[in-house]
Write a new protein. Structure first.
Length: 180
């Protein structure tokens, strides 16, 4: 597994199904992100406490979720005030909600690594300075450059939509070391 192992697993299923295996979610995340067929919704909190949600193209890499934003977008402004966020998505066989903290990524090696994943998925992202540029992006993305954000996942909820069924919560150690 490229990410981290959970430190706590809680079975949330009320029908007697066993806890889902984390490897099932980890593999589904790796297989599905980024993809035009998988819509991810980023949830953030406005400075006045109201919720905000926006569709993003997420990348699951080494146990973290990555996404982009224009620096002027509501989601970027919200994260600058409060890094707490959620990322929700329907994957093959399992619905997932991840909770964590997001911060802008500016280091070149990480930007290059994530840009390569986006290029492999069909978005021709290039690193320019501390952000991405490309000839196109989502219609609502605004003009380039687009900042990259890393969401450090603290808790993940999964509900299976195919057999074996179940519902599970996984908690991860904050700031735990990543394995290569």
């Amino acid at each position: 597994m490229a990410g981290r192992d959970p430190v706590e697993v809680t079975n949330l299923d009320r029908y007697g199904n066993p806890p889902l295996l984390w490897s099932r979610v980890d593999e589904a995340l790796a297989a599905a992100t980024p993809s035009p067929s998988v819509t991810c919704f980023l949830g953030t909190v406005r400075p006045d406490g109201r919720p905000s949600a926006a569709g993003v193209g997420a990348v699951w890499l080494n146990g973290d979720l990555y996404f982009t934003s224009s620096p002027k977008a509501r989601k970027a402004r919200n994260l600058a005030e409060n890094p707490a966020c959620t990322l929700s998505m329907r994957l093959e066989g399992v619905d997932v909600v991840a909770e964590g903290q997001a911060a802008q990524v500016t280091d070149g090696p990480t930007l290059e690594e994530v840009a390569a994943v986006y290029r492999g998925a069909g978005w021709p992202a290039e690193v320019t300075g501390e952000a991405f540029t490309a000839p196109f992006n989502a219609p609502s993305a605004g003009p380039p450059p687009w900042q990259l954000y890393r969401m450090r996942v603290g808790t993940v909820f999964g509900v299976a939509t195919v057999e074996p069924y179940g519902a599970t919560r996984w908690r991860f150690e904050a700031g735990a070391e990543r394995r290569a």
